[in-house]
Ligand binder design. Sequence first.
Ligand code: HEC
Length: 105
Amino acid sequence: MKILLVMITLLFLSINLIAKDKLPMQVFQEYCWGCHHQTAQAFGPSFKEIANKRKKDEIIAQITDPKDFYKMLGYKRNSMPAFNDLNASQLSAIVEYILSFKDKK
Ligand code: HEC
């Protein structure tokens, strides 16, 4: 009986881990992929370019409030919609995902 419980717990933990790993890609594909690609310029700049020139706070500000923030980043107009309905884990997943493309020095 005890061993069964241990097995169920382990199974549950590994499912959770897998789901967590998928979150950045889910957010990327659902919300960003139409305009941003990982390393190539698309309608918007690539994640690699963003990661190399921005800090975490700037990336969060642009995602949640581009209307008030685009000028700060040096853009003349705002072509990106705000993503206010991302929850905290989706937001941090996508920010970490963007920053993972930063070049290693
Ligand atoms: C409709 C197209 C579109 C979508 C969808 C979109 N973006 Fe953007 N994004 C842009 C454009 C275009 C820019 C360049 C600034 C501008 O023109 O408004 C930009 C700029 C940015 C910047 C700042 C770039 C810099 O210079 O540092 C970040 C960060 C960013 N986007 C993240 C995201 C993330 C994360 C998502 C998904 C949650 C997303 N964007 C979805 C079009 C889009």
